[in-house]
Design a protein around this ligand. Sequence first.
Ligand code: FCB
Length: 474
Amino acid sequence: MSLPSDFTWGFATASYQIEGATEKDGRGPSIWDTFCKIPGKIADKSDGSVACDSYNRTAEDIALLKQLGSKCYRFSLSWSRVIPIGGRNDPVNQAGLDHYRKFVDDLLDAGIEPFITLYHWDLPDGLEKRYGGLLNRTEFPLDYENYARVVFKAIPKCKNWITFNEPWCSSILGYSSGFFAPGHTSDRKKSPVGDSAREPWIVGHNLLLAHGRAVKVYREEFKPTDKGQIGITLNGDGVYPWDPEDPADVEAADRKIEFAISWFADPIYFGKYPDSMRKQLGDRLPEFTDEERALVKGSNDFYGMNHYTANYVKHKTTQPEEDDFLGNLETLFESKKGENIGEETQSFWLRPNPLGFRNLINWLSKRYGYPNIYVTENGTSIKGENDMPKEQILQDSFRTKYFRDYAKAMAEAVSEDGCNVKGYMAWSLMDNFEWAEGYETRFGCCYVDYENGQVRTPKESAKEMKGIFDALIK
Ligand code: FCB
């Protein structure tokens, strides 16, 4: 079992989770700045205003990546640094753009390949206020297209682009559960689109349109000279039927992936939503116009895969009208026979299960014709890590084992199953603002001492990463 010699690996982060400096150099507010102010939304009442101060520590972060042997680095841009209000007729902030251009130059000088995510959830608040942000089917895709064009033009040296990070989270967590910005809940209240139960599906649709627009611009206006690649990053968990003897559970397990991944990947690879979604959601799921379908179909040079865990899946018998937006099924960590997915972590939704990773890489590869895959996030929290003394946090053997096992499962999917995984980025380079969980959950391979000068110290997992990949890459 091995990985090919041109396989790339490194670490990943996102702007709002690490940058801080939210008022510096003309940055406008994003929906996350606003959301963090709502009482009860963030576990430790924190926000990203300081975070890891990475905006002011770019040299330090690059030196850290270099020290760890990272071949690539995935990070995201803050749209409201580039265009503070966000829209296509709003002014561009040269200082924001220059910051990112220099960052890419410096990464390349250090021999590290940049992977830029254009959108990792921090929509300019100006667009939320102006027209309801992601809910607007005409304005949002056009403003996103404009933002993407501004960035492609300014940073031609970057050859790897990710349009959106986890549109499932933007749609479901932002517009159904309300756990993420802007915090809407889909309980059939009046909303800008008339019925809030429709909002997540409308948002998902609009994200696909915006993705399609940016890809078209990249391919037509930049790619001929840039020779780069562009794709979307989707999140999805591994699945096992709760009762493998029950055909309804077997079917529900596939449906779970369809409601997470195929919601976006089917339109991108096949030009239509999955039948299981149409069946359950009816006309709450928007229809593609012919023009929209043409824009979205075929709009991926690679598949960006964020992956953390697996679940047992049990079908439910409730009627779809009674609303289970996530596929009319239940997810569990225990099978009917009492087997467990993996050990508990600090995150209620995450337990290690490397086989689930290999299985899902295979599922995706089969369904979508063996596309090139970049694993754009994979990692784990550790139960109670934040309460441990620093010396103990630095010995994160639980995390090291997670990475070792997952990298091995991925290498098996490549060399034994024939899947085309081309790169891997661990989440995350360093501890950071973990959204609704604030700073209480640490996902970093490097420890960040927030109280004492923001010093970054590699944990065992960070130091072992190079060895893990050196052993696999032939
Ligand atoms: C993913 C997010 C990333 C991080 C990890 C733990 O869903 O993309 O920003 O929060 O989870």
